[in-house]
Design a protein around this ligand. Sequence first.
Ligand SMILES: [Zn+2]
Length: 269
Amino acid sequence: MRPFKKTCLYLFLFLVCLLVFHCATTGPGGKTSVILISTEQEVSIGKQMSEQVDKDYMILGDTVVQNYISRVGQKLVQVSDRKDLEYHFTVIDSKEINAFAMPGGYIYIYTGLLKLMESEAELSGVLGHEVGHIVARHGVRRLQQVIGISILLDIALGKSSEAVKQGVSVGIGLMLQGFSRENELEADYDAIFYMSRASYNPQGMVDLLKKLDNLDKSGKNVIEKLAADHPPTVKRIEAAQQNLDSLGYANSTLPLMQEDYKKIKDRLK
Ligand SMILES: [Zn+2]
């Protein structure tokens, strides 16, 4: 290729990159990252995946509980670093102790986990963690890595090929597994930050992690625990405590809201 043609090609590729890539805010304090998928595409991918989750799982019929979880979730969204999405919080009726986030603002929490917790602050810890994954775009980044950009774009376009169906199902599996050690600790940090901003006592995060740690010891499979490199819960407790100290939340007088939470928990059989 002649040098001039080569230069033109590089210039063209550079312009394409400028159009396709964009820097997005991915955390508190104006943290940014380069993301390949636009927000519109991300929402479309999340929507396809959530429609599949709604078919595959039993969604809790109690609208009082569903609305309560949504209200707590929306309080965290309001103080988060990503408000350009419509967030959906849904309770899955299952004994499993789990919660997960999918791209585009789709968050699910299981009744098994709701029954384990004892305060609205603990709940805000789980929901804040999942909102943190969405703010940081951990979901789309993981999907880009494993499924690849071309199938992801087909999912976003709502195509109905076998590859798209497989991509959606693999994608859901990946989101259920949780993310890397680094991503999980980042989501915990974001949760603590958002909890305080939404007027929940961040101590609720440490309370929650201690409960999960006790379950760990009894050998039960808990929240996003399938990924091999998931941080051990003791490490998460240590990090959360350090974050409480460094952010000046260690002696927070913000409420844990145990009474409000109990009323909702009593509705779960
Ligand atoms: Zn997580």
